[in-house]
Every structure is written in C-alpha cells, then in structure tokens.
Design a binder for this molecule. Sequence first.
Ligand SMILES: [Zn+2]
Length: 154
Amino acid sequence: MSITREETRYGKCPFCECQTTKNDRINADHVAIWCIECGATMEIPQGRMSYIEAINVLYDKWYCRPIEKSLQARIAELEKPAIEWHKYPDEKPINGGFYATYDGADVEAHFWRGGGEYWADMCSTEDDIAISEVTNITHWAYLPAPPKEESCKS
Ligand SMILES: [Zn+2]
C-alpha cells in the first residue's frame, strides 16, 4: 500500500520547477520526496514522528538548502566578466600606470600619464624610452592580477 499524493505545500520542485513531486513512506521507516520530472530525491528516517510530521520536516529540508544558495552566489560571481571596461574619456584611471586599452579595433596595454592625463605609448630603445601620446583610446580596463604560484605540487 502506498499513499502518493501531489505536493501542494510549496508547489514547484526546487530543482527543476516542475509540479510533479511526490512523497511516500519507503523501507518501512523512512519517508521520501522525489520529483518525477528530474529524478531529484530526498529521504529521512521517520523515527517517532507521524508520517505528516516527518514529511513536513523533510519538505523543510527539500526547500532549504543553504549550500545551494552559497553555490548560486559563487556561480554569479564567477559568471561576471573578468574584465570591466571603462568608457574613455567619461571615466579616467585614478592612478598613473599601465592599463588595458581599446581603440575600437585592438586591445593593447598603454601607459596612463596621471599628471598630464593622457595615454602614452612607451617604446624602449637601447638607451632611452620614447613616449608618444595615443589619442584614439575609447575604453580602458585594469590589467589582471599576476598569476599565482602553485603552492601544492606533489
Ligand atoms: Zn524536479
């Protein structure tokens, strides 16, 4: 004998958002929830709880998965673009130094002359550094951080 009923307490399966979750007693002393659509399943021992009490405890677990929330936050963080472009001259770098630049065609690195506020191309010759102004920059971005040394090598 089995008592399978439509889950209507919350409505949707938290994994696939369908409406086909079922619950039932399994193995004499466990209660389970599962989703017919995506196959997600969760079970707990019924213990001294009534079937309804156990199912309510299980539904709380089914719908509250803190690890999932932190994973979603981490995924959103990782999906952010690694490079954030700033429109020039609307936004200018605060400090002088090298930045990734874009001129409508190519991504390059140029030096931002903080004091004079212009983009510079720097070419080193044998005994000097030639600096020429670059005027066609449309966007700039911070250069990425240097690579990290691998700390655990086996
Ligand atoms: Zn599902």
